[in-house]
Design a protein around this ligand. Sequence first.
Ligand SMILES: [Zn+2]
Length: 245
Amino acid sequence: MRINGRKSFMFPCVFFVLLMLIFSKSMKILNVNNSINMMAAPSTKEIDEQDAYNKHIPLKKYYIVIDPGHGGIDKGTSYGNMYEKNLTLKIARYAASYLKNKGSVVFLTRNEDKLLGLDEIGDKVNSSYADVFVSIHVNSLNDKSFGGITTLYYDANGYQKDERIKLAKAIEKESVKNDNWENRGIKRQNLAVLRYSKIPGVLVECGFITNPQDRIRLSNEDVLKKLGQNISNGIIDYLNENNKK
Ligand SMILES: [Zn+2]
């Protein structure tokens, strides 16, 4: 009875030890695989920056000034009852609300139908200590065949030249992403509003009011909204790129 008893006790013991050996070996394999995966995966910082760039998520809280061109007695360019001053305010408001939703602080130089002097705009921009300044306008030309979006920049004696070009390129690239806007590229132009700005600033000419296709786009509220959002995405991309370092 005693021998039989020892045998029946030994069997489960050996079985248990064998099980433990197999189990611990498979655990080791799992651990090795896990550590390999961990080593191959990009760091959290790399994921965040790539993701932020693709989805236009601000890497930090940004301060942005948006200037809706013209206002009050200065209606800007027009076609029938379509006034530049109203279009610029709409696009600027769409941009502002989109940027605010993404956690940025946005200042509008005007949020009503009011005329501001160029020096007044300059003072508002420079006293804001914002990261960037973007002025919104709509173009016009006698030649009705001209259409599309142009982003203008200006560097006085090379002042912030690289930043201003980068900002213009980022905005131009994003602004034409929807609604078949023609990409007219970026252009250096000596404009007072850009010359006064001490922070990187550009002026976006949002289509030609004189071009029939652009006019259809500009009379569509959804297009104006998308344009405001896309200009904002360009601003975020530029600021994220600058804040990577
Ligand atoms: Zn204008």
